[in-house]
Design a binder for this molecule. Sequence first.
Ligand code: UT7
Length: 333
Amino acid sequence: MTSKKLKASITGVHGYVPDYILTNRELETLVDTTDEWIVTRTGIKERRILKGDMKGTSILGVECVKGLLNKTDTDPKEIDLIICATVTPDMLFPSTSNLIADRVGASNSYGFDISAACSGFIYALATGSQFIEAGTHKKVIVVGADKMSSIIDYEERKNCVLFGDGGGAVLLEPSEDENGIQDYLLKSDGSGGDMLCLKAGGSLKPASIETIKNKEHYIYQEGSSVFKFAVTNMADISEEIMNNNNLSSDDVAYLVPHQANKRIIDATAKRMGIGPEKVLLNIEKYGNTTAGTIPLCLWDFENKFKKGDNLILAAFGGGFTWGSLYLKWSYNN
Ligand code: UT7
């Protein structure tokens, strides 16, 4: 008798965005931009901002995880592991996952952060699934959250229109059937690192008066170059995972794409041969929340999903990193 490989299923999802809405209209008063430029070039209408002093990404993560535990009726002490994907950790260390675990009462959990920028949630989901598939962990929480406003220069128009704050979290448990995470592809290319990065604040260039003067603690992006890599690689990797799993466009229920730019998402969907009705979009409400976009999308559209639906998750981001993940949704609402 052959034993079936254990699969990891998402058994719950919860998201969180701060209350403050930064609209395109408000951005028009801060920098030389227009609502029309932002909407036609990116698809973004507004984004959320976490206001107030001493509020880091862990606040977003804690809200997501508390909501998730409540919704899935899970005792925090049952959680074995919390993985947090973020590039805006509260501090370089300790990890944001440790701070979240403490504040939600997950006292039997250990945790670590994953830094893979906009692909962070897919990297973390693939990582979390390994612990379930190995049979060593029963309940793993994967968080994707970023407070992008903490690394944005609101005097410079190129990036401030793109990003927002927010996050989401999923609970992973052993699957009771054939549903769950089926396959994933993860890639990276460090030669693109300089095109999308935070230049200072790490060991290469520790914070100094000079780095602050040069605004090197704000995100640096060569937008149009990154755009070209993103379009090609996100489309390629989404097509590749479909081919590897013999999925036709009819088999795919939904594409859950990283929300960086609607034009990148459209190109990916076109390559996959799937129509707009199958493409999940919330970029207009939240902008690019980096590791937060995909779990926020799962949360926003959870009610649409039916048990057994084939979902393709796809992302491209700083690193460069990119990835796709194929899962069969595990529950009906
Ligand atoms: O999420 C992780 C990975 N990141 C991405 O996927 C982002 C990829 N890049 C993009 O989405 C796009 O490149 C952007 C949205 C960032 C920019 O769009 P674009 O169509 O590539 O514009 P561009 O950078 O080529 O700039 C076109 C023009 C320039 O003016 P000139 O030189 O033609 O006079 C810019 O200065 O648009 C100007 N511009 C703006 N104008 C109004 C740039 N930002 C703005 C702005 N408002 N906010």
